[in-house]
Ligand binder design. Structure first.
Ligand SMILES: Nc1ncnc2c1ncn2[C@@H]1O[C@H](COP(=O)(O)OP(=O)(O)OP(=O)(O)O)[C@@H](O)[C@H]1O
Length: 370
């Protein structure tokens, strides 16, 4: 990874108690660790990823574009198979060599598509880190967790064994692992799912990333632990000035924690906006359907299919025009042309010819204002 390290990461609670840094909840976030002058930290433009499966081309990502400002949390939301993970793996350079990638992914002004694997490896786990859904599978079951974190620290720093050990304990405190010193000497199976996810986050922080991608990082956890891990991510984002991409199928989770939301459908961004703007003025019928699928407390969770019949399109035979057209109750012939993702209102982009409630001139298929 690059030798430039502008931010010394705070050590767990020590620096907080010494008053060197403020705890996140005190509302004094660390300054965002800025990207290249004049550009967001991440700029994805027209990203396409195609796989070949059983002789058929699978268009997993179809012209995805978004921007991520430094130090902010963005949620990428969508149903299973909408291309959330594949697009993020493209950012990490983690796609199999058989994947065909085109478009552009700039990180801190640097183009990542086509970057030699050696440079990508330096970025991965360093400036860009990722936490996955299943920490049990990501951790080495035969190695104590302390040794695993120490190894990650040594990989990304010049610290000697003792220094790396001390840093690893600090990281465990930073992610608020209870009894960090004792847990240091335990194996993954001795920890709960939430604790294991904290360990994975500590490992991800070892390289002092400017971007952390959390891919369904809380999906396997119970609701209480899920909230605790999300709060930890927000706290770390604020304390460390780190940007976070949170990948989830859960729009409610995005609404609670992210500052910005990108809604994906069939490999494209179909709506994106700051969270409050999006939830106050949902425009894309698909996002509306997703909102309807958020489980209410007083009833059983139900799926998107309860509110929007049909299935997501076959990625090897995408429908003509808008990919949501076959499931959209407002579709007209106009939708046979793919609507471009456009900034129709300040910071609010959507890709739809018939947006919900967007005022005069934006009427539904049957002519009624929605
Ligand atoms: N290595 C691969 N080879 C072929 N197809 C793949 C490969 N990886 C992913 N895909 C396909 O790409 C599409 C998008 O997958 P992706 O994992 O990005 O979806 P997702 O939105 O993250 O869904 P989920 O929440 O289920 O992970 C899926 O149809 C998937 O089967």
């Amino acid at each position: 990874m690059s030798g430039e390290r502008t931010v010394a990461y705070p050590a767990g609670d020590t620096l907080v108690s010494e008053g060197v840094i403020a705890p996140a909840r005190a509302g004094r976030p660390a300054p965002a660790r800025a990207g290249a002058a004049g550009e967001p930290l991440v700029v994805v433009e027209g990203l396409r990823v195609q796989f070949t499966r059983g002789g058929r081309k699978v268009n997993a990502v179809n012209g995805l574009s978004y921007r991520l400002e430094p130090g902010t949390m963005m949620a990428i939301i969508g149903e299973s198979g909408s291309g959330k993970s594949v697009s993020s793996r493209a950012l990490m350079g983690l796609l199999p060599p058989t994947a065909k990638i085109s478009g552009s992914i700039r990180f801190d002004g640097r183009e990542l598509i086509g970057l030699p694997e050696k440079d990508m490896r330096e970025l991965r786990g360093g400036d860009i880190a990722m936490v996955f859904q299943d920490p049990a599978r990501s951790l080495n079951p035969t190695m104590k967790i302390g040794a695993q974190i120490t190894e990650a620290v040594r990989l990304h720093s010049d610290l000697d064994k003792r220094g790396a050990h001390a840093r690893a304990v600090e990281l465990l405190k930073l992610v608020r692992l209870p009894a960090a010193e004792r847990r240091f000497h335990e194996y993954p199976h001795q920890l709960s799912g939430g604790m294991r996810q904290r360990v994975m986050i500590a490992i991800a922080l070892a390289g002092e990333p400017r971007l952390l991608i959390a891919d369904e990082a809380t999906t396997a956890l119970d609701v209480t632990t899920q909230a605790q891990i999300m709060e930890l991510l927000v706290e770390l984002q604020q304390r460390l000035g780190m940007a976070v991409i949170m990948i989830s199928h859960d729009l409610g989770l995005a609404a609670s924690y992210a500052q910005h939301v990108v809604v994906m459908y069939a490999g494209r961004a179909v709506e994106q906006a700051p969270t409050q703007t999006l939830f106050a003025n949902v425009r894309m019928p698909y996002t509306h359907a997703l909102l309807g699928a958020i489980p209410a407390l007083d009833r059983e969770p139900h799926s998107l299919f309860d509110v929007t019949p049909g299935q997501p399109p076959d990625l090897s035979a995408l429908p003509k025009g808008c990919p949501f057209r076959p499931r959209c109750q407002y579709a007209t012939d106009t939708c046979l042309q793919a609507p471009p993702l456009t900034e129709h209102e300040p910071e609010h982009l959507w890709a739809c010819w018939h947006p919900v409630g967007a005022g005069a001139g934006h009427n539904s298929a049957n002519g009624e204002q929605r």
